[in-house]
Design a protein around this ligand. Sequence first.
Ligand SMILES: [Zn+2]
Length: 318
Amino acid sequence: MTQNMLNLPSFKIIDMYESESDYRFLVETILPPPTYCPKCGTIANLYKHGKKKQLFFDLPMHAKRVGIYVNRQRYKCKECKETFFENLTDIDINRSVTNRLINWIQEASLEKTFTSVAEEIGVDEKTVRNIFNDYVDELEAQTDFRTPKWLGIDEVHLLKNYNCVITDVENKSVIDILRKRNKDTVISYLSKLQDIDKIELVAMDMWNPYKSAVNTMIPHAKIVIDKFHVVKLANEALEKIRKANRQNVTVKERRQLMRDRYVLLTRSKDLTDFDDQIKLQVWTQNFPLLGQAYELKKQFFDIYEAESINDAYKLYQN
Ligand SMILES: [Zn+2]
């Protein structure tokens, strides 16, 4: 019965101990003995040279952590006098965990912190981090890294952290995700890119560390601020003025202004409803400051519709 509990065909279970939070198994292998010495290659000249108990961790079972003590056979070679341990086919010797636990940690680390993954299976946080880093290296080695002509630097909020997302803007694909979004992280990433001279444009939001990293590493590249972030600021500026204007109006007008705010936030050419156009006119004419702010925002938006750089520049100077 206990044999089935581990479901690892290379081991037979000798003993088992169970506590509230942990399982501990004592096992031995049921693999055939080695036929040659791994140190010198000599065939069939080995003898048994004691056993040693080694601890490896495995997948959690019934919400308990699982540790496997392997009573591991040691051999000595008569030819070269070297000693070595028997092979363990289900174990990753370097990380002291089962092979199937490696896969489990890789998946779990995408969703949880290293500390909570470590806590759940009984290994230390460093082991989890190392296994995950190996995994990332493995994935990176499989990825085709072509440096894009238009690089995007963005961010995404994952696991309570801001992560920096590197994209290929032209081909609309994600190239990489960096764990931090500070200047050093971005510089270190950019320094590893091949053919960095190929990058012509870098699109980003208004996060200064990105700008300063790009200026340091690819000074020739033009920086483009995503339109979304720019027009958001223009809308926010208009909202600020609308709110400041509340002191100058009656309670009734204030309520009306709150209800009508959408006409101020919509571009006049998109206000298809005649009533809305009238509302806009009333607000902008009765409150000149609001009218001026609305007009400035409109001109600002027009920059994005300019047919040429020169037109855009003229609008910008206004
Ligand atoms: Zn040997």
